[in-house]
Design a protein around this ligand. Structure first.
Ligand SMILES: [Zn+2]
Length: 445
């Protein structure tokens, strides 16, 4: 797929700078919308919905905005090809979101869709260049994320090192060896991964900020990231951390500007904010993010509710992009009550990573119960008393409660052998010789 990707962009895709202000941007969206509505009319799902409700697939912006949302359940109900709006032979890739039980959430794209996808992902203020060695450390199986970064890096001529984070073939010892020996310049992963690499580097005798001189930036996404944790990751590795937000059903939806703000790609998709309590949608404020991709043909989505909690604002940013900013709250904004205080992961993460860098705290966990809050931090013995005292004080100052903070030895939360193990993954075989363990017949590893 990546090899057949056009190297130049179709002229039809808007680029940052094509509009001067939010009003022009809105005009651009409305001009594009009819093409998407026309495509949606070819989708069996939207045709069936029109037939059931008696309300035709919308043809104008006003009809569209008054129409129903498309939900994740709708996508599941249309599994596998109920949303398909082009001849099946035009499809380039098929994906599913990571999910729980029941029908999967499918998504599929044409080669033309892939140009928009790859180009959106590649919008980074640390640009991907032909000289880059790009390490992809997100899943390749079914999900889009690995392929997205792969395609974007190839589009810009970089060399890709595929390093899937869910593959037996790529334990952490191998990750840090590749980062070090192959001269990786850019990486793509969840933020948590970069801390695991730091610990794995140290476990293998390397210092992250010193022994990886080729590294230019860490691209991260897939989980909420507090400013303090992001700052710590950047300090540990000595390079910028560049954030990105998206989903398998849509690809990249927002990226970071040089000012460090996350902007929605509103030239490529129309965004709304849905309040599940009132059922009202608007263009800004807090609520669930609703997205209508504007340059997607295989699987048109009208007002797709991603159901991530976000806050969208239309404010001028010094970057001059004239794109709305978004704060992704996700599950990290979910509050557990403890002694009357409302404890969120986002705020606790902020407090943990506000500890002085020299305490070397990278990993933590907490358990919130109605009458007690337990927090464990991994911290070397020489800093343990200090780190525990500071965090206990900070939690008390923030929440007015006394948490049970415990400093545990490094390796307690993230076992050392996970960071250092060199697992051999071999191809399956059936015939074994004397003294060999044939219990592994036909299976990997
Ligand atoms: Zn900006």
């Amino acid at each position: 797929m990546t090899e057949t990707l056009p190297q130049t962009l179709p002229q039809t895709l808007p680029q940052i700078g094509d509009w001067a202000d939010f009003a022009t941007l809105a005009k651009l969206q409305r001009e594009r919308l009819p093409a998407i509505l026309e495509l949606a009319a070819k989708s069996p799902f939207y045709r069936a919905r029109a037939a059931t409700t008696g309300v035709p697939v919308p043809q104008t912006y006003e009809d569209f905005i008054a129409g129903p949302l498309t939900t994740k359940d709708d996508l599941r109900g249309a599994y596998p090809y109920g949303m398909l709006a082009v001849p099946a032979q035009r499809l380039a890739t098929y994906h599913e979101s990571s999910g729980t039980a029941g029908n999967p959430t499918p998504s599929y794209y044409t080669a033309e869709d892939w140009v928009d996808l790859a180009e959106r992902y590649a919008r980074k203020h640390v640009p991907i260049q032909a000289s880059d060695v790009f390490f992809v450390r997100t899943p390749y199986a079914l999900m889009i994320t690995g392929h997205l970064a792969h395609a974007a890096a190839r589009m810009h001529g970089a060399m890709v090192v595929p390093g899937d984070n869910r593959s037996l073939a790529m334990p952490y010892s191998r990750v840090v060896r590749v980062l070090h020996d192959v001269g990786v310049t850019l990486t793509w992963s969840m933020a948590t991964e970069t801390l695991l690499w730091a610990a794995a580097a140290r476990a293998n005798g390397w210092e992250p900020g010193r022994d990886f001189p080729a590294l230019r930036a860490l691209f991260v996404g897939g989980e909420p990231l507090s400013p303090a944790r992001r700052k710590r990751i950047s300090e540990v590795w000595g390079v910028p951390v560049v954030e990105e937000y998206g989903s398998t059903e849509t690809g990249s939806l927002a990226g970071e500007c040089p000012q460090g703000n996350l902007h929605l790609w509103s030239d490529r998709a129309l965004f709304e904010v849905y309040d599940p309590e009132t059922g009202v949608t608007g263009t800004e404020g807090k609520g669930q993010l609703v997205v209508t991709p504007l340059y997607r043909e295989a699987m048109p989505l009208l007002r797709y509710n991603i159901a991530d909690d976000v806050e969208v604002s239309y404010v001028d940013c010094a970057c001059g992009w004239q794109l709305p900013t978004v704060r992704v709250l996700g599950r990290s904004s979910f509050a557990y009550p403890v002694q009357g205080a409302r404890i969120t992961q986002a705020r606790l993460e902020e407090l943990v990573f506000a500890l002085p860098a020299e305490h070397e705290v990278l990993f933590w966990r907490a358990k919130a119960e109605p009458d007690r809050l337990r927090i464990e931090i991994e911290v070397p013995a020489r800093h343990r008393d200090d780190a525990v005292a500071v965090l206990t004080d900070d939690v008390r100052a923030e929440y007015g409660i006394t948490a049970e903070v415990t400093g545990v030895a490094p390796g307690s939360l993230v076992p050392l052998d996970v960071l250092t193990a060199v697992q051999d993954v071999v191809k399956p075989r059936a015939l074994f010789g004397p003294g060999e363990d044939w219990d592994k017949a036909l299976l990997y590893a």
